[in-house]
Design a protein around this ligand. Structure first.
Ligand SMILES: NC(=O)c1ccc[n+]([C@@H]2O[C@H](COP(=O)([O-])OP(=O)(O)OC[C@H]3O[C@@H](n4cnc5c(N)ncnc54)[C@H](OP(=O)(O)O)[C@@H]3O)[C@@H](O)[C@H]2O)c1
Length: 378
């Protein structure tokens, strides 16, 4: 049974959202994964293909001009390329007015593990140099792999705390699972294990902020389940939403008849969400959304972003990836008319079969180790 809960229908959208741990930020954040371009890490495609760095930089400038104050990158996004593009912007503008995050945990260099404290220190120094800044507003533990038996977990957390004490990192971040309810943690099966693992890590790390994948493709929770937004509110932790556009699938730019192909180093080449059958399932649902709200990408983007923001209770800003200034413009313009509670409920029903297709595709991919590794980065 899926029941509508906690949907806020505001008169209009706020310009700013107060995020515990980060302070006030623009409702739309610039997600800088895409602009790093194609890349591989340990043989796994982890980037986005066919990105023009000049157009990407213009996108960053446009975001800044249009009042975006939240910028998220990672050491592995284009293996430094994303950070360096963002660093170009930070060098030109008043950095102190922006909230900038990066991440560590997937890139080992020549160290035995990415979370060895010395390796984390080297990565942070490189990140700060790339970004041309002396501090990060948030530094995220990007990967949930802390080595065999979590052997690097305690030292990684201690290193993060040290960065914070030194003032070089202002908030510690980590990712939330894609499916989570507090109540599930005591059950059995995969979702119980995932929820319990998250709670264990959360209690150890005590993050100031967490990131969560949240979109029309995400699970819908029952009123008696404590989802990640309610959990974070109980703990006083900030939340940042990512992938509200379903990495582009919800924008109508992936027609199944003319399926897009992805070059080497583009993570979508190995992502089960971009398999022909799942692309088609999303497309079919997107056609229903078109019939309800309008035919253009602008209409679809408005629905996708409003859905993510409103079902978070308007408590979390939305990081949106982009490749050029046109996408930035379109995405900012999409924060227009909020959805009604009835529309949100209807959308959840429309998306139900898609959620099931995606779940099945993800479970099948888990059996293939390299696919699981590519998906891990999302
Ligand atoms: N903490 C973490 O672990 C973590 C994990 C994942 C992501 N993130 C952050 O969250 C951000 C957002 O997630 P995401 O970038 O993966 O997914 P997303 O925001 O759902 O989708 C971004 C993609 O959608 C397409 N798009 C964007 N605007 C569009 C428009 N106006 N019209 C048509 N297509 C459009 C672009 O791809 P095409 O042009 O190629 O179609 C773009 O790269 C990331 O950039 C990253 O900063 C953090």
């Amino acid at each position: 049974v899926t029941t509508l809960r906690d949907v806020t229908v505001p008169a209009g959208f706020p310009d700013r959202i107060e995020v515990p741990g980060l302070g006030p930020v623009s409702v739309l954040g610039a997600g800088c994964w895409t602009i790093g371009g194609a890349a591989t890490n340990r043989g796994v495609p982890i980037g986005w293909g066919d990105v023009d760095p000049d157009a990407a930089y213009q996108g960053l400038e446009r975001a800044h001009t249009r009042g975006v104050t939240l910028y998220d990158t990672a050491d592995v996004y284009g293996l430094g390329a994303s950070e360096r593009l963002l660093g170009r912007l930070l060098h030109q503008v008043d950095r102190s007015r922006l909230v900038v995050s990066s991440k560590v945990g997937y890139f080992a260099g020549t160290a035995a593990h990415p979370y060895q404290p010395d390796q984390m220190r080297r990565q942070l120094e490189t990140t700060l140099a790339n970004l041309r800044t002396s501090y990060l507003d948030a530094y995220h533990l990007h990967s949930g792999d802390f080595g065999d038996g979590d052997r690097h977990l305690c030292e990684a957390v201690a290193q993060m705390r040290r960065f914070k004490e030194e003032g070089v990192v202002r908030a510690i971040g980590m990712r939330a699972p894609h499916e989570f309810a507090t109540e599930w943690a005591t059950g059995t099966g995969t979702r119980a294990a995932t929820s319990a693992r998250f709670l264990h890590l959360f209690d150890l790390v005590q993050p100031d902020v967490i990131t969560v994948r949240h979109s029309l493709l995400a699970p819908v929770y029952r009123p008696d389940e404590t989802d990640i937004f309610a959990f974070a509110q109980q703990r006083g932790t900030g939340v940042i939403i990512k992938q509200a556009l379903g990495q582009g699938l919800l924008t109508g730019s992936h027609p199944p008849g003319k399926q897009r192909t992805f070059p080497e180093g583009d993570h979508r080449s190995q992502d089960p969400y971009f398999r022909a059958d799942t692309v088609e399932a999303v497309w079919n649902a997107v056609q229903v959304v078109r019939a309800m709200f309008g035919p253009d990408p602008q209409h679809l983007i408005r629905v996708a972003l409003a859905y993510a923001l409103q079902t978070s209770g308007l408590r979390a800003p939305v990081l949106v990836g982009f490749r050029d200034p046109a996408q930035i413009e379109q995405n900012i313009a999409a924060f227009d008319a909020p959805l009604t509670a009835g529309q949100i409920s209807h959308l959840q029903e429309v998306m139900r079969p898609v959620r099931e297709s995606l779940k099945a595709a993800t479970q099948q991919a888990r059996a293939v180790p390299h696919e699981q590794t590519a998906k891990e980065y999302t």
